[in-house]
Design a protein around this ligand. Structure first.
Ligand SMILES: Nc1ncnc2c1ncn2[C@@H]1O[C@H](COP(=O)(O)OP(=O)(O)OP(=O)(O)O)[C@@H](O)[C@H]1O
Ligand SMILES: [Mg+2]
Length: 302
């Protein structure tokens, strides 16, 4: 298909990473743009020459579907779905689940059966609530499940991005965040999404760091404006500046771009006028900002 397109010809990275990085885009509320940001940022980072893996931890598998369609745009090989996340967790091995999507971009696919992760973990490790004497032991096993599974893969990639489902304080989100060196806090510029960002920081993130010793930092807070036709909500944005500090916000608010909504149907590509426009006006500035922030926290070599 598009074998000679710019999509397929990955660059060499201009600046290498000091260490491989795992990143989760997080918010406690659904629909904040987590999957959209994960898909486009991973795709663009791969085009810039960084070897990148997406882990789909969402049983709805929407990112898996979008990336398999993306693969079909760039690759004539027929694809049949093999092992997915739940089988990998049961076998305690994710290494044979990796599917190539485009040069430098890989996927570990999800499937609806991954919804049984919490039951599987509870059967294996037990159940405990905060305050129970065995809470830290049991929960400690559960939150570290993905980090342990990623350990053998980590040095093979520059970036691993994890997409999570819209669940608060779930094994999905907590295990993804615990496995991550950085989280990007995404929120739609509407009040409940902003509250979801705060709840995530004050709730799961601080417990994972303070109680379970997660080595996870916030790379930045990324406002995403996608109220259809709506102007950006200045009040929420100002609240975010006050709450997080201007320096912790990404400089480029992700604008409302109807084009991103077509990813599940046509996959991700830079080809064509509207896709090119989307990348030039939204995804490239976001990617530049992402690397700028990684540089600020000392993750890039000179
Ligand atoms: N900047 C944007 N412009 C236009 N539409 C957007 C934008 N960001 C997200 N959307 C749309 O908003 C919807 C929700 O976005 P997305 O699926 O990325 O959120 P999510 O946080 O992953 O949701 P969930 O928690 O349900 O997994 C999708 O239909 C997506 O296409
Ligand atoms: Mg999602």
């Amino acid at each position: 298909m598009d074998q000679n397109s710019t999509d397929s010809s990955a660059d060499t990275p201009s600046r290498s990473l000091k260490r491989p990085l795992t990143i989760t885009v997080a918010n406690n509320k659904g629909g904040a743009g987590k999957s959209t940001i994960t898909r486009y940022l991973s795709f663009n980072v791969a085009l810039r020459g960084y070897k990148t893996l997406i882990i789909d931890e969402d049983p709805s598998a929407n990112t898996t579907k979008s990336m398999i369609i993306t693969k079909a745009r760039h690759d004539d090989e027929p694809y049949t779905m093999g092992k997915t996340m739940m089988a990998g967790v049961r076998d305690d091995n994710l290494t044979d689940l990796v599917v190539p999507i485009i040069p430098n971009l890989y996927l570990i696919p999800s499937h609806i059966d991954f919804a049984s992760l919490p039951v599987y973990l509870s059967k294996k490790y037990g159940v405990a609530e905060p305050g129970d004497p065995d809470y830290q032991g049991i929960e400690g096993h559960k939150v570290s499940v993905i980090k342990n599974l990623l350990a053998p893969l980590k040095s093979s990639f520059d970036f691993i991005f994890i997409d999570t489902p819209p669940t608060t304080s779930s094994d999905f989100t907590r295990s993804a965040v615990f496995a991550s060196d950085y989280v990007i806090i995404a929120f739609q510029t509407q009040a409940d999404s902003f509250d979801g960002a705060i709840q995530f920081i004050d709730g799961d993130l601080s417990e994972l760091v303070n109680v379970f010793g997660a080595e996870t930092d916030v790379l930045g807070v990324l406002p995403n404006q996608f109220a259809p036709g709506g102007a950006i909500d200045d009040t929420v944005l100002n609240d975010a500046r006050k709450r997080f500090g201007e320096q912790n916000l990404f400089e480029h608010i992700l604008p409302y771009k109807k084009r991103v909504q077509s990813a599940p149907r046509i996959g991700i590509t830079r080809e064509g006028y509207w896709n090119n426009d989307l990348f030039k006006t939204a995804i490239d500035p976001l990617t530049d900002d992402f690397f700028h922030r990684l540089n600020l926290v000392g993750e890039l070599n000179d």
